[in-house]
Design a protein around this ligand. Structure first.
Ligand SMILES: NC(=O)c1ccc[n+]([C@@H]2O[C@H](COP(=O)([O-])OP(=O)(O)OC[C@H]3O[C@@H](n4cnc5c(N)ncnc54)[C@H](OP(=O)(O)O)[C@@H]3O)[C@@H](O)[C@H]2O)c1
Length: 322
């Protein structure tokens, strides 16, 4: 098979197109014929050698979509469409940058769809981040209020759309007043300008606080986000757009309001319900969710695709078609 192999840590040109033997299936795993995959920022860090568990050479790619080629367990028929996400894919074992891959059964998510593979390829990681954060971590419900901190990010925009399909009221934030309309067009009911402290402005709109907060900026705004929730409200930290991992001072009895709840979502595929992927794909097919795909590359162009992602020119998901 043809595979894009990251030969060593380095710049995008360390990824080489090579002929490899088709991976051997083992018990409890399935063989997938890959049709497309999305690129992810974490794959830049892995390529650069910053992922502690990753050794080279490695076929990267933490997500892919395709068809079952072989399943010894008989769970899936040959040709069943599946998405595979995370669980060590493209890090601890070879991943999606290839014509075939083998994955453990538990990270293969079956689905039915007539959407083009290039659209389906954009879905798994975006779906798992947004769905995992909203459904599993925040447990959103119809009628609730949701504050999305970092609302103009791809994840924030998609989270808003998904929350609106579930009947929530959404408040999205941006630092940039010019993006207010962009957020409203995407479905936000309210937009707040974020200078790092918005809880007073938020409480002007919702005096008791909101039910849920999706925190995508991270450490810089986390304490302020905790001040935005109602008693028994929840904040989920999913992103670190602000760039910091560690908070210097945190006082749980004080920084978390009484009865407030703080959780995180770290993208474990075991945290996801398989039927929600189908629901999400159906919403994309019905035009209820706009995926915002920026550019499609071929497998041979993988080094260019990495260069493009690293240049921050993309305004949406980058997809590679096999
Ligand atoms: N937990 C998981 O499983 C998981 C999975 C995927 C991604 N993530 C995380 O989710 C976050 C969003 O990812 P993405 O790819 O959707 O991001 P993105 O599209 O690249 O986000 C771009 C937006 O982020 C905002 N931003 C950038 N730097 C900022 C800063 N210092 N302070 C506040 N806002 C800032 C800007 O908004 P304005 O200029 O409009 O303010 C910008 O429009 C990232 O932190 C990513 O690591 C988590």
């Amino acid at each position: 098979m043809k595979a894009a192999v990251t030969t060593k840590a380095g710049n995008p040109d360390v990824i080489e197109i090579q002929e490899r033997s088709k991976p051997q299936i083992k018990e409890g795993w399935v063989l997938i014929k890959i049709k497309a995959f999305g690129l992810n920022r974490s794959e830049i860090f892995t390529r650069q050698g910053h992922s502690p568990d990753v050794t080279f050479p490695r076929i990267q790619g933490i997500e892919c979509v395709g068809e079952i080629e072989e399943d010894l367990s008989g769970t899936y028929k040959t040709g069943q469409k599946v998405a595979a996400i995370m669980g060590g894919l493209g890090r601890n074992f070879d991943g999606g940058y290839a014509e075939f891959t083998t994955v453990p059964l538990e990270i293969a998510f079956p689905f039915e769809s007539d959407l083009p593979w290039t659209v389906l390829g954009a879905i798994p990681e975006m779906f798992q981040t947004v769905s995992g954060s909203l459904n599993e971590a925040l447990e959103i419900n119809e009628g609730e209020t949701l504050l999305i901190r970092g609302g103009t990010s791809s994840i924030g925009m998609l989270a808003c759309q998904l929350a609106k399909t579930k009947g929530l009221t959404v408040i999205s934030t941006t630092r940039n007043p010019d993006k207010e309309n962009h957020l409203k067009e995407n479905g936000a009911d309210y937009v707040l300008l974020d200078n790092g402290k918005i809880h007073h402005a938020l409480k002007n709109l919702f005096p008791n606080g909101v039910d849920k907060v999706l925190e995508l900026i991270g450490i810089e705004t986390l304490k302020d986000s905790l001040q935005c929730i109602r008693p028994k409200g929840t904040v989920c930290m999913t992103g670190i757009l602000g760039g910091s991992w560690t908070m210097q001072e945190f006082t749980p009895m004080g920084d978390i309001p009484s009865l407030g709840r703080l959780t995180v979502y770290m993208g474990d595929s075991a945290n996801l319900q398989k039927d929600l992927l189908q629901e999400f794909i159906n919403a994309v097919a019905a035009g209820k969710i706009n995926l915002n795909i920026d550019k499609i590359f071929k497998l041979d162009e993988i080094s260019e695709a990495h260069t493009y992602m690293e240049s921050n020119q993309a305004k949406g998901k980058i997809v590679v078609e096999i």
